[in-house]
Design a protein around this ligand. Structure first.
Ligand SMILES: [Zn+2]
Length: 108
């Protein structure tokens, strides 16, 4: 079971449209994506990230006592001009505990 993204939290989701170091808007994946779109291999609307991180906000000593924990799902990319790695998009999602110790219902 997956809850509504961001759970009504103010300020979420977070989107960063340019490099925090130099201000460039193109990323490494933008460059290759453009080539693949031009070749008709992927759609323009396809979301691609260099890295995706699922960060559980939980206390390992208490996780067995909770049915769900919040997680930050973040999509990272690198600046095409200077290589700075930065978060492009992040949202909050509640993930449910399934089975012994397992949390496996993350959704992008
Ligand atoms: Zn940059």
């Amino acid at each position: 079971m997956v809850s509504e993204p961001n759970q009504g939290r103010v300020g979420w989701p977070k989107t960063f449209d340019s490099c925090p170091n130099c201000g460039e808007i193109k990323t490494l994946t933008d460059e290759l994506k453009a080539e693949e779109v031009a070749a008709g291999k992927i759609r323009e609307t396809t979301h691609i990230a260099l890295l995706v991180a699922h960060t559980l906000i939980a206390d390992p000593g208490m996780i067995d006592k909770t049915l769900s924990v919040p997680a930050i799902i973040s999509a990272w990319d690198a600046c095409a001009a200077c290589g700075t790695l930065y978060v492009k998009h992040a949202h909050i999602q509640s993930v449910m505990r399934q089975g012994p110790g397992g949390i496996n219902n993350l959704k992008l």
